[in-house]
Design a protein around this ligand. Structure first.
Ligand SMILES: Cc1cc2nc3c(=O)[nH]c(=O)nc-3n(C[C@H](O)[C@H](O)[C@H](O)COP(=O)(O)O)c2cc1C
Length: 166
């Protein structure tokens, strides 16, 4: 599909139970984290998926060394337990893909994996990163999301190399 198709489904997931962010380490171990913050659009003339990850997440460590990631969106109402689990446990302590019983499929150029059974899958090549300039954010957002002033999201830009609906 074109990356911009089914945008409403992506937004419904992000606004609701979440979607999965899947990243692999250098020796092929996969970590799955639930996300609620992401964007699709055009940057540098490329179709880009942006994800925002706090430095405290294991996923943050993995993304700093990764070349690719995927965003996988379950069908509406699907994989609720898995979304809750992957959004409350850390890959530092748990093999979440194994506990959830996910079947992982090989993606683009064998560089990326995605979760079988999801409705939408965006395979992304890491294309840039920046730290959120929290001092420029609106005060209500700062008070709500960074009350202690730390753990400020890093923004990762992924070029969407393949977008699929299953
Ligand atoms: C619905 C939902 C949405 C979430 N969205 C994000 C997000 O966009 N960015 C983020 O850094 N953490 C987010 N989290 C928290 C992480 O999923 C959670 O801290 C997770 O345990 C981190 O896993 P990791 O340490 O294996 O990376 C979300 C959690 C839930 C339940």
């Amino acid at each position: 599909m074109k990356y911009s198709e089914h945008f409403d489904k992506l937004c419904a997931a992000l606004d609701g139970p979440g979607a999965f962010l899947v990243v692999e380490d250098k020796i092929g171990r996969v970590n799955v984290m639930t996300i609620g913050w992401a964007q699709i659009g055009v940057v540098w003339g490329q179709p880009i998926m942006t994800v925002l990850v706090r430095p405290s997440r294991h996923t943050h460590d993995l993304l700093s060394k990764a070349s690719h990631f995927t965003v996988c969106v379950p069908r509406p109402g699907g994989m609720q337990k898995e979304l809750a689990y992957c959004g409350t446990r850390s890959g530092k302590e748990y093999d979440k893909a194994r506990v959830c019983g996910f079947t992982l499929k090989e993606g683009y150029g064998h560089k990326v994996k995605y979760i079988d059974g999801c409705e939408l899958v965006y395979q992304c090549e890491l294309y840039g990163t920046t730290d959120l300039a929290v001092e420029t954010a609106a005060q209500p957002a700062v008070s709500r999301y960074y009350p202690g002033g730390g753990d400020i999201h890093t923004v990762y830009f992924g070029k969407i190399v393949k977008a699929e609906k299953f």
